[in-house]
Design a binder for this molecule. Sequence first.
Ligand code: SF4
Length: 197
Amino acid sequence: MSLQVPPKTRLEAIRLSALECTQCSLADGRNQVVFGGGDPSAGLMLIGEAPGAAEDLQGEPFVGRSGELLWQLLADVGIAREMIYITNIVKCRPPENRDPKRVEIAACATWLDRQLQLIQPRVVCTLGNFATRRIRGDQTGIMSLRGRQEKMMLSGYPTTLYPLLHPAAALRSTRNLKFMREDIARLPQILSDPHSG
Ligand code: SF4
């Protein structure tokens, strides 16, 4: 496809290709590929781990209990869903909601990389260990990184990475919920900072 084609149109073409993807064994058990969604010209991109049961049925990311909590915490600080593009590092549901395997994350990297190239978000929030490790390319744990800004080049563009806990972790622990609420409270300031990105 020509470079003259608008990013939004190119992203839609990539989404349609991804819906047919069988590059890893997660294709066998899925109902559908959950590519991601939201505003492709958004300054903020959220990246989670993998679709769960509700997402697999509805075809949209973060529509289950974790998603409800995430959207509420963001709304509490004035960030609406329409201001965000959201996706996962793997686009198909792992069986029994197990962790995604390294080989699956690697197979699915091509889709996430293309999303990043076209959206070029100024701020990326990874949600939890798997997404944070995938983006940073090392094994540092989320508890050391949550709520810390880090400038980096992502798919060739400058981005501010701001890792958050995964909302599923916040559902399991009031301490994690407190951390997540505190970290999200700083997001509006990071988004309004002209030096972010
Ligand atoms: S998880 Fe990703 S690589 Fe694997 S089948 Fe689904 S879209 Fe393809």
